[in-house]
Structure formats: C-alpha cells, structure tokens
Design a protein around this ligand. Structure first.
Ligand code: UD1
Ligand code: CA
Length: 459
C-alpha cells in the first residue's frame, strides 16, 4: 500500500501575533515546518504534500526545499477543505494511506506515529486519530465517545456545550485516513458551525454513522503533539530542542561549560574533544574538528574550524574556514569568504572579509583585511587597513610570502606587495612593492626645541 503525508500549513497562526506565518518561525535557527518535514522523512512516505495559503511563496519554498510537493488552498475554508484540496495530488497514488498533521508540530514524536501507522495498516478502519488527555483542554476539539467508547464526534471549543467543555480528552490534530475513501466523506461536510469552516474532525461523526468508527490512540507528552500556537510556546519548544542537542553533544564527548547557556543548532557538527565555553552560539553549517575550543560569547555561523583551533572570547565568525591550530580573538570578526590556513593568528578588533591568509600569518591588532590574499608567514602590523573600496567597486590586495607590514599602514587596492618585502609603519601604499623592497611614505619628522615653553597655550 502506498503511503502519503499531508501537512496543513495554509493558516496564518493568529495567536503568534506576528506578521510572519506561524510555520516559518524558527526553531533553533530553522523554520518549524522545515524541522517537521525533516523528521517526517523518517516515515519514508511515497509522497509528501504541504497545503499552503497564507504567505504561500515563503511557506512553499520551505516545503519544496525539503522535497515536499505544494498544494495551494485558496481561500482557506477550514481543515476539511484543506485536505479536500489534496484530492488531485493524491489520486496519482491510487489507493493509499494518508497521515495528516498540522505544520506547527515541529517536535512531533514521529516514532510513535510510525507505531500507530503500523496498527492502522493492519486494521480495517477508514480513519484513526491521536487523542490526548489534558489538564486544561481549553481551545482544543473535545473527543465525545459513545456508550461503547467509540469516537462519536469531535466538538470544537467554540461549538461545545458546557458539558462537552468539561471533557479533557482532546483531538491532537494528527490523523490517519484511507484515500480515496476519505474524500467521499469530506464531500458530506458542512460548515454550519461557530467559525463557518469545513472542520476535518467532523468526519469522525459521519464515519460512525456509516458504521465504520475510527481508531484512536492516546498519546503521551501532549506538548509535542499539540505544537506551537504562541510565542511563549515557541520559546519553550526552542528550549526543549536546545537542551536535547546539548545533551547529545555532551554524551558524544564534547565538553560544555554552563550548558544551560550554550546554543547549538541541530545542523552544526561538533567533534568529540571540543570545548564550548559559556554563552557560545553555533549556527548553520558550522563544523568543528576535534580539539576546537570556542570561547565565551563567541558566535559562529557557517564556520568550519580545523583541529585544535582556538576561538577566544567575543568573536563573531561567519562563512569562514580556518585551521588547524589557528588562534582567533578575543573580539575578532571574520566575514564570509575568510579562509585561514593553519596556525593563523587574528587578534582583537581584526576584521576579515573575502580574505585568504596563508600558514602562520599574524594579524594581531586592529585591522581590516578585505578582498585580500596574504602569503604564508607574513606579519600584519597593528592598524593595517586594506582600502578595498573606491566608492564604486571592490579591488584586491595581494601580499606575498613573508611580508612585513608595519603598523598603521593603508594598502590602497588594487595593490601587490612582493615576497619578503617590508612596508614601514604609517605608510600609504599606492604602488606595487617589489619583492624584497622596503616601501615607506612618511613626512620627515622635525623636532622644534623649546617650543612648549614658548608657544604652548597656558593652562
Ligand atoms: C484543530 C482541530 C482541533 C484540534 C486541534 C489540535 C479542526 C477544526 N480542529 O484546531 O480539533 O484539537 O487542531 O491542535 O481541525 N489550516 C489550513 N487550512 C485551513 C485551516 C487550517 O491549512 O483552511 C491549517 C492551519 O494552518 C493549521 C492546521 O490546519 O496548521 C490547524 O488549523 P487550526 O485552524 O489552527 O485548527 P485548531 O484551532 O488548531
Ligand atoms: Ca493549532
């Protein structure tokens, strides 16, 4: 039997109070829809559909990036209407089983879903739903059962009587159906309810009337099934996932000091033997080889650091490759296109951008190296600036091997300094410097004896 997954993500998510569609809010750096689709991939369905409506381009882009197919629901007339919109896309599979979930359950326990799905495949029921027992069921659809304990109906909060509102068993919004049968049932849905919507859970009452009641499974850990509806719930989910990632890293042999303060996104790779200091933040495609140390308050995004490289406190590294055995910071900033060979030292207040620095280069203080290539063994003095921008275009600076750049040098690009050349402190380099030469541009110094006594303003 073919299997399909349908994710409903056409709604706006009003309770987030945000201009951004709910499913696009990030969980540890990644849209919650992206997380969900990645974990659903473990089910190996034949087809995954994502129903989009609100902000459909942005939501659709996340869906497609995860390999799902997009179904447009326009206008959005309710969850029943949303599934009905998938009929055409699902028809290609012929008879199939369909798992339906909302897009706002990024921490969905997919293993439990797989178990329920197995039972569902073995049973003859046309449908199944996951239910939860809540202390506070407010806002959710209540599960009403008949005298035999079968699901008689799901009643939405706004349509529920006083008596029904007291029921603590709720619909999780996770269902299994058989296609195309379910579409016949959907055709019978009405919208005579408090919200004027075609409610998907109304199919359960219809199914019971036809004598084919749904299966139901009662799950644990309600928060993971019910998903995220508010900023506070988003923050809690972030924290839950963060704690999980940190625990896994520690178990794998990463030393983490004050783990409650360290942020590591699931996309990051950290080898055993690395050390993360308090408030370190590792994002995106960052990858750390063994023995890398990340100092307190340093933020790394898409940074690949080789063995034994040490990032001291308060560094910001982005789109950077470095190491092995580099020493960076404190307070250095490497921007995209930075490539540091082994044993490079960048000190405080050094900024790099599109800069390739060879083995053992040292730039220890107060510098900007942009669109620059620096040969191995070169030393960049304090206050060196590549003047790479002429107001319209960027130009390259190329320094050879073993070059010595004195402090407070400006390199006005495009410019080249040959191997082993020296540049005197305070020089503005506007012409290429040949290998082995000394370049110096400096007004000669003059000392005026006794000037202070004669001319200095009196205090
Ligand atoms: C729904 C269930 C409720 C259940 C709860 C669990 C209905 C009518 N109610 O309520 O029984 O307890 O989930 O969380 O289904 N969507 C669309 N198109 C639409 C409408 C909604 O794609 O036309 C999507 C939304 O983006 C959302 C999901 O469907 O991801 C759920 O819709 P929502 O309106 O939020 O239903 P709930 O009030 O959460
Ligand atoms: Ca919801």
């Amino acid at each position: 039997m073919k299997r399909a997954v349908v994710v409903l993500a056409a709604g706006k998510g009003t309770r987030m109070n945000s201009p951004r569609a709910k499913v696009l809010h990030p969980l540890l750096g990644r849209p919650m829809l992206g997380h969900l689709l990645e974990s659903l991939a473990a089910l190996r369905a034949d087809l995954t559909l994502v129903v989009v409506g609100h902000q459909r381009e942005a939501v659709g882009a996340v869906a497609e990036a995860a390999g799902a197919r997009v179904v447009i629901q326009e206008p959005q007339l309710g969850t029943g209407h949303a599934l009905a919109a998938c009929r055409g896309a699902l028809s290609g599979l012929g008879s199939c089983e369909v798992l339906l979930v909302a897009g706002d359950v990024p921490l969905l326990p997919v293993e439990a879903v797989a178990g329920y799905w197995k039972e569902f495949s073995a049973a003859r029921s046309p449908a199944g739903l996951v239910v939860l027992e809540l202390d506070d069921p407010a806002g959710y659809g209540r599960v009403v059962r008949d005298h035999r304990g079968r699901v008689r109906a799901v009643v939405e909060q706004r349509d529920a009587s006083e008596e029904e509102r007291a029921i603590r068993e709720v619909n999780s919004g996770v269902y299994l159906f058989r296609s195309p049968g379910i579409f016949e049932v959907l055709e019978q849905l009405g919208n005579a309810n408090a919200q004027g919507e075609y409610y998907l859970p109304d199919v359960f009452a219809l199914l019971l009337k036809e004598g084919t009641p749904a299966l139901s499974w009662r799950a644990q850990a309600p928060a993971r099934w019910l998903g995220i509806n508010s900023q506070a719930e988003l923050a809690r989910a972030n924290e839950q996932l963060r704690t999980q990632v940190i625990a896994e890293l520690m178990a794998s042999g990463v030393t983490i000091l004050m783990p409650e303060t360290v942020w590591v996104e699931p996309s990051v790779r950290v080898a055993p033997g690395c050390t993360l200091h308090p408030f370190a933040r590792l994002c995106g495609a960052t990858a750390l080889e063994p023995g890398v140390e990340v100092g307190a308050y340093s933020c790394l995004t898409d940074a690949a650091l080789g063995e034994g490289t040490r990032v001291k406190e308060h560094c910001v590294l982005e789109g950077t490759k470095a190491g092995p055995r580099c020493v960076l910071g404190p307070f250095c900033r490497t921007r995209p296109g930075t490539e540091l060979a082994e044993q490079v030292h960048l000190g405080n207040f050094v900024e790099t951008k599109k800069a390739r620095l060879g083995k053992g280069v040292k730039a220890n203080h107060l510098s900007y190296l942009g669109d620059a290539t620096v040969g191995g063994g070169s030393n960049i003095g304090a206050g060196t600036i590549t003047c790479n921008y002429d107001g319209a275009r960027k130009h390259p600076t190329v320094l050879g091997e073993g070059v010595f750049i004195g402090s407070d040098t400006q390199l006005v690009a495009p410019v080249t300094v040959g191997d082993g050349a020296y540049v005197g402190a305070g020089t503005t380099v506007t012409k290429d410097v040949p290998a082995g030469a000394l370049a110096i541009s400096r007004a000669p110094q003059k000392n005026i004896e006794g000037w202070v006594a004669r001319k200095a303003p009196r205090k």
